[in-house]
Design a protein around this ligand. Structure first.
Ligand SMILES: [Ca+2]
Ligand SMILES: [Ca+2]
Ligand SMILES: [Ca+2]
Length: 128
């Protein structure tokens, strides 16, 4: 290696030193614990009846078989993870009325949004 290449190597090392933050972002993309949506069959986050956590990022064109259950037209309350944004649709294949949920949003009664027992597809994206 010729000596005059040194500065380039120093610059590369400095760039590598900045990598941890970037690497942390990559890890978060693999499993971001705060990028999820929890859906409940009943209102008020009733944990005694079916409820399931959906890990994002993910798109669900249908809810017919989530954790062994048909969730179509059955969701009445939701909890959105603090790093998730969710779009919900009244029909399958992301059709019909669309509503958006913000990061960290908790909706105890989808009836207030005119969407109780009506959601049939979902898109969960990570990040704000
Ligand atoms: Ca119940
Ligand atoms: Ca229901
Ligand atoms: Ca519907």
């Amino acid at each position: 290696m010729r000596p005059h290449h040194r500065p380039a190597i120093v610059a590369l090392l400095l760039a590598l030193a900045a990598l941890p933050a970037y690497a942390a972002d990559l890890e978060l993309q693999v499993v971001d614990k705060n990028c999820f949506m929890e859906i409940f069959e009943d209102d008020a986050f009733d944990a005694d009846d079916p409820h399931v956590v959906l890990q994002g990022p993910k798109e669900f064109a249908t809810l017919k078989n989530l954790a062994g259950k048909d969730w179509s037209n059955d969701i009445e309350s939701v909890i959105v993870g603090s790093n998730a944004t969710v779009r919900a649709y009244e029909d399958k294949d992301f059709k019909g009325t669309e509503i958006a949920f913000a990061p960290g949003q908790r909706v105890p009664n989808l009836g207030k949004l005119d969407m109780a027992n009506d959601i049939e597809s979902l898109k969960i994206t990570c990040g704000k």
